[in-house]
Structures are given as C-alpha cells and as structure tokens.
Design a protein. Structure first.
Length: 484
C-alpha cells in the first residue's frame, strides 16, 4: 500500500480516502459510535507506531471516519415521520423549493412540508397539483391534500427509489391551494436571484428560444418540449442544459473584467468574483455539476488571494467531498457521475488524445476540442448506458457544430440579466441575439438527434462499439509511448 501511495500527493490521498469512505455507506452502513471510534483510533495509533506506513494508516482512518459519517447521513435521509401518515388527508403548509414541472395531467413540484394538520413536521415532499395555474418557486402554500406513496418501478423508472435518494418519501396530492406568502432566509435570496436572471431574459426572446436560454443559463429544462429534450439527449448535447464549469468561469471572468475596466484592484476583483460565483450557484440551485463548478471557481479565487498554486485535482476532490458529505446518495445520481467522469477524463484522457492528434494535419484549437470531446464521450458512455440504456454516437460532431454558439449565448444572456435593471432596451437586444444562438443549438440538436443512427440502444451494438474503442485506445496509447 505504501508503494502504491508513494506517487500520490498526500492531500489528494486523504481527500480521496474520505470520499471513498462516505461513498462506502451506499454499500453497507457502519453503525455504532464506539466501533467507529475504536477503528479510527486504532488506525491513528498504528500510523504513529509504524511511521513508514503512515500514509496508508491515516488514509484507512479517514475511510473509516467517512464510512461512519456517510452511514449517519443516510440514516437521517431515510428517516421519514410522514410515512406512517400515508393515506391521511389534512390541510398542509408547504414551501415550493424548485420550479414546477408539467406532466400530462398535473403539476409535479418539489417542496418542503412545514405543517400537516396540527403536526409540525419538516420534511421534503413531492407535491402534485391539478393542471392550471402553477405556483412559483419560493411561495408558501396552504394545500388541502392526501399523502400517498411514490410510484414503484414502472416503464424502466423507479420513482420511489429516485425520490428516496433525494430525501423524499411521500407524495402530497393536493386538491385546493392558495398562496400564503414567500419564504425568507437563504432560500428566499436564491429565489430572488433566480427571478432576477429570469426577468433579464424575459424580453427579446420567447417560446422555444427562451426555454433553451433558460436551460443553458440556469439548467432549467422544464420549459422544453419532450421531443426537443429527446433530441438533445440523442445528439449528445444534453449536457448543455446542465450548468457546468464554463458558465461559472464566464461569471467569474465577467466580474474580474468589470473590476479591471473600473480600475478596481485585483484583490477586490477576486472578492467580487467569489460573490458572483456564490450568487450564480444560489440562482441555479444545488445541481451536482454547478456545485462542483462553483467550488472549483471559488477555490481558484481563494488560491490567488492566498498566493497558492492552483490544483485542479484538489478542486475536484473538494467538490466531491462536499456533495457526498451532504448526501452520500449523490454518488448514484447520473448528474454527479457524468459531471465528475467528464472532468476526470479532461484531466487524464484529453492530453493523451491531443498528443496522438499532433501527427495529423489538424489545427491546434480543433485538435484540443476533438481531444476533449472524445475523452468526455468515452468516459461518459458507460454511465449513459447504465443510467439510461442509450449511448449517443454522434456527440463529437454534434458538439463541434454547437460549440461556436455556446460561448456567445452565455456571454450575451448573462450580460442581459445584469444590465436589465438599468437598461431594459439594451438587455432586450442582447437577449434577442442570445435567442438566435439558442435557436441554432435547438437546430443542431434536431439535426443530429433526428438521424436514425444518432444513438444506440442495443446492448450488442454497445459492446461492439466499446470493443472497437478499446482497441483504438490501446493503439493510440502505444503509439503515444513509442519513442520519436
């Protein structure tokens, strides 16, 4: 073990061990504070007695401590005071915590229940309301409804398991409801920030263009039609509708640019970038990709403020630790897996693929883009198959077509949201231009996703493609290692 850890930086090793321990709670839970304390203390004592093996023993202690913490968090998430009340009808007070989603006959909304009848109970729920007017995120509702269990496995999707991993164990089917007010605190700040960005994109675009804009800028795909969502998935462009590091980098870069143009010192600019990143993460919500990107961006600014070297693996591991420590079930979330696998592939595979392309007549920028797209496609293909039983085959050309519009769309849309309060006309013009970029992205998704061979759903076909990719990767690896 000592030899295996020798080349790994100590801070990377310790963070990875802690993440591994927390994630282990998904396999088996470690109960008993005394047992965990004995195991951790024994590992620490062994690290003192055997200094040569200290990294391994300290890592083992952190694995055990993380395992214990992950077990505690999962027990807390699985605990539901509302489950014994299933089948009971009462008047409830709930807080809408996410944008409503329209299904065939009703609205489905994530919410927090504060009161059920005379009982004061705080628990996340799924709220179902009749079709018609929908409540807004952040509103406090008085709902007359009945508690029901979530649906079990149906048409390849297990709603009960999916909701349980998010701490939701019951569904409140509402009949009549009314608005009592709006929530305050940090959640209220997040609601106002999201409404601020949405208002900034409200003029100058509409319909499908505005839905794509909100999807790219805020990760909100509820305004898209089901057919267009399917085209984004089939083309391999659905990741554009999940906020990523590019969005956060533009937010931080914009704050630094404004500070530079205004003659503000770099120190104040970095503090402004931290504030802008925090505001953007609050506006978007706690999606794994945006939390990871927000933590990486914030740590980058903090590293500059402290005059420390920026460590991309450290940033990635800290993001994973924060998400897993809050909810170890996040490890099983498709968004978490895709986001971290793609970033790790950019760190590990993309440079090697880029070196392989150096011998071909490919421009440097095009080669870098192809290397990143190919690395991300290879890393995320197994996850897409396991999670959705479909793998897009044309993700690289689709991303090559869409890439020229993504940066301008984000820049125009975010600028429009910022200038809207002082210059509504200019914001409308910027949103109009961003809307054309959004229309182009929708065109790319429909063009590539509509091809009959855009994605594969056959297990045999996926196995053959995976074998070919492995052979090609082996050839490229050996060619890259050959002496020139």
């Amino acid at each position: 073990m000592t030899g295996a850890f020798r080349d790994v930086p100590p801070h990377h090793l310790l963070l990875a061990a802690l993440c591994m321990g927390i994630a282990s709670a998904n396999v088996a839970r470690l109960h008993g504070t005394g047992l965990a304390d004995i195991a951790v203390c024994s590992s620490c004592l062994a690290a003192v007695v055997f200094p040569a093996q200290r990294p391994g023993f300290v890592a083992l202690a952190l694995v055990l401590a993380g395992w214990w913490w992950g077990s505690i968090r999962l027990d807390a998430i699985d605990r539901s005071p509302l489950t014994p009340l299933i089948g009971t009808a009462e008047r409830a007070q709930v807080v809408v915590t996410a944008p409503p989603r329209r299904s065939s006959f009703e609205w489905r909304i994530q919410a927090d229940l504060d009161r059920f009848g005379a009982r004061r109970i705080s628990e996340p729920i799924l709220l179902e309301l009749p079709a018609g007017r929908a409540p807004k995120q952040g509103e406090i509702l008085d709902v007359l409804g009945v508690l029901t269990p979530p649906h079990g496995p149906e048409h390849g999707f297990d709603e009960r398991t999916y909701l349980r991993r998010h701490g939701i164990h019951v569904v409140l089917r509402g009949d009549r409801w009314r608005v009592l007010g709006r929530r305050g605190g940090l959640g209220g700040v997040a609601d106002r920030l999201r409404a601020f960005v949405t208002r900034g994109l409200g003029r100058g675009s509409g319909g499908e263009q505005r839905a794509v804009l909100l999807g790219v800028v805020l990760g909100a795909d509820e305004g898209l039609s089901q057919s267009l969502r399917d085209r984004f998935r089939a083309s391999g462009l659905y990741h554009l509708l999940a906020v990523s590091g590019q969005n956060v980098a533009l937010v931080a870069g914009g704050a630094l640019s404004v500070a530079w143009l205004a003659g503000i010192p770099r120190l104040a600019g970095e503090l402004g970038a931290l504030a802008a990143i925090a505001a953007y993460v609050l506006a978007v919500g706690a999606q794994p990709s945006v939390v990871r990107a927000g933590i990486a961006g914030a740590l980058g600014s903090i590293a500059w403020l402290l005059a420390r070297e920026r460590d991309r693996w450290w940033f990635l591991l800290v993001g994973a630790l924060v998400l897993l420590a809050w909810n170890p079930y996040t490890l099983l979330d498709a968004g978490f897996q895709l986001s971290f696998a793609a970033v790790a592939a950019i760190f590990v595979l993309a440079p090697r693929i880029g070196r392989t392309l150096e011998g071909y007549p490919v421009p440097r920028k095009v080669g870098a883009f192809l290397a990143i797209s190919t690395a991300c496609g290879l890393a995320t293909a197994p996850i897409l198959w396991l999670q959705f039983h479909a793998v897009p085959l044309l993700a690289v050309p689709a991303n090559a077509l869409a890439a020229p519009a993504v940066g301008p769309l984000l820049g125009l849309a975010l600028t429009a949201a910022v200038v809207h309060p002082v210059a509504p006309g200019a914001a409308a013009a910027l949103t109009w231009l961003a809307g054309w970029c959004a229309a182009y992205l929708a065109f790319c998704a429909r063009l590539i996703g509509g091809l009959p061979f855009a994605q594969v759903r056959s297990g045999w076909a996926v196995a053959v493609i995976g074998l070919c990719a492995a052979l090609a990767g082996t050839y490229a690896w050996r060619r890259c290692r050959m002496p020139s």
